[in-house]
Design a protein around this ligand. Sequence first.
Ligand SMILES: [Zn+2]
Length: 331
Amino acid sequence: MALVYIAIQRETFGFFLLFLPPNRCRSRINLSYRPLLYMEISFYGAAQNVTGSKHLVQLDNGKRILLDCGLFQGEGRNTREMNETFGFLPKSIDYVILSHAHLDHCGLLPKLVREGYEGKIYCTPPTLELCRLVLADSARIQRSDNPAESELYNEEDAEKTLEQFVTVPYNKNYTIAEGIELLFTDAGHVLGSAAVNLTLISGGETYRVCFSGDIGRFDNRILRPPQPFPQADYIICESTYGDKFHLAVENAEDRLEEIVRETCLERGGKVIIPAFSIGRTQELVYSLNRLAEAGRLGKIKVFVDSPMSVYATEIIKSHRECFIDEMRDYM
Ligand SMILES: [Zn+2]
């Protein structure tokens, strides 16, 4: 997730954008632009790149809230180094709030715990279920890709991390501590994904901060669309596809049919589709199934070659309450 930070100036309601400085992975914006604004937000990932989501909110009483603790991915030879240090002390964090279970948002939580974070990790109930899968898998990959002395964390760290999770349902105001109120609203991105809405008291003033997490599409075939979130004074918003128009889902399904028919039926070939295990795989299988049921694909066999995707599908299927009506009827 890359982000754009949007702030609405409190006194005048003027609107301005702060574009992050061209630092590869760490950016820091001090919100104390007037003496009475005693709150600071610092960015330690997903700034000028799209992974490693980590944003630190500090209040005047010294309490530090970490929003997401994601792994950097796909940065070539820099990736390892970027994941080795947080840029802050894990022990100095008081609370962690997690937007969703994708690795670039939760993948460094076991390292945070390994290095001394003992506090709670707040997320929605489905996010916890998916994190069990994702963090255990990530720990196994750490073990197979690295000698023990240089792994970022191991399976034991991942298990210990899960014990620190506390689940909070969507649309329920939850008091984390005095002056720190949390409300998750549905972000419609993957199962359990949430925008993190905080009401914070700092320096005697109340600040409403919204961290959007990754935002889903309004025409998702399985999940509910993103829910409007309450008014905020400060919005930390993802902007990964901010400069692009997506194909409408109907068109995407036609395009999928075209590719499969041309490759498999006309040329006798195979289509191999790399897909994220959580979210994208299930959408693809659903679309292929719909096309097959409508007789638009001929006799094509579909294989999902990923145990993790299969487990994720089981978790997703058990949360029909997060589906759109059409999907619920279909099942
Ligand atoms: Zn995501």
